[in-house]
Design a binder for this molecule. Structure first.
Ligand code: HPA
Length: 254
């Protein structure tokens, strides 16, 4: 890998292409778990270097439950990545989590099922129970929050992300249940990605952008809201990343 490139961005819905990345290299990475979602791009954002992997594939063709999360995390680690910024478009739960709000959650609840969710599946003969009491890296969270402020945004520090199975959206009753559980964000891709990153020893945090009120939280049509706010939400993310990558690494070495 190019020297000094330890930080990766996993792009989600609305960020399958990273136009701000000046691509210097493109790697097809083999893993014991099969193929990652796409070739991994290595390049530069402004004065800093970064790696980019689109979670849903370069053409946004892989649904949340079919993503090969293990291959994605394995591939990034194999390339020498140490820190991951996971970008997630999410639904907001509660009046203070409206569209275009940028949130850096500090907790997560996993409601997904049937996904390959661990590297310790018994195959290696090793049993491990990683500590997940602080599911996101404190230092990567701080980096996202600092970069958000530097970009002129007002990111919310903290929140609980509900990872649902999808691909359908939730019922209002399901969202009420998530709210009762203490969740204020809902998305379909936060897990098992975060737990796999922890198992792999990578520092990982989530940069969530609300693109709609979750089901039953507003009178608006969810798809209408999504269409209205996704691009603007991702424009904020791009601006934040333009600050974050150079902040994370200092100037590139050439
Ligand atoms: N629910 C689940 N995932 C989502 C949503 C939602 O409302 N919006 C964007 N991703």
């Amino acid at each position: 890998m190019t020297a000094g490139t330890d930080i990766a961005v996993i792009g989600g819905t609305g960020l399958s292409q990273m136009h701000d990345l000046e691509v210097l290299d493109r790697r097809v990475v083999a893993t014991p778990y099969g193929e990652p979602s796409a070739p991994v791009l290595l390049g530069r954002i402004g004065a800093g270097r970064a790696v980019f992997l689109p979670r849903h594939g370069a053409g946004h063709t892989i649904p949340p439950h079919a993503i090969n999360y293990r291959a994605n995390i394995w591939a990034l680690r194999k390339l020498g990545v140490e820190r991951i910024i996971a970008v997630n478009a999410v639904g907001g739960i509660g009046p203070d989590r409206g569209p275009r709000t940028v949130v850096v959650p500090d907790q997560i609840i996993d409601y997904t099922w049937g996904r390959d969710h661990t590297f310790y599946d018994g195959g290696s003969g090793e049993v491990a129970h990683v500590d997940f009491s602080e599911p996101y890296s404190a230092s990567v969270r701080r980096l996202i929050l600092d970069a958000g402020r530097a970009a002129g945004l007002t990111p919310i520090d903290g929140g609980t992300y509900a990872a649902t199975q999808g691909p359908r959206l939730e019922t209002p009753a399901e969202i009420r249940r998530l709210a009762n559980d203490g969740c204020n964000l809902v998305g379909m891709t936060g897990m098992p990605e975060a737990a796999l990153a922890r198992e792999a020893g990578l520092a990982y945090a989530c940069l969530a952008v609300v693109v709609n009120f979750a089901a039953g939280q507003s009178a608006e049509d969810i798809h209408g809201e999504l269409a209205e706010h996704l691009d603007a939400g991702m424009a904020s993310v791009r601006r934040l990343l333009e600050h974050l990558v150079p902040m994370a690494q200092g100037a590139a070495d050439d």
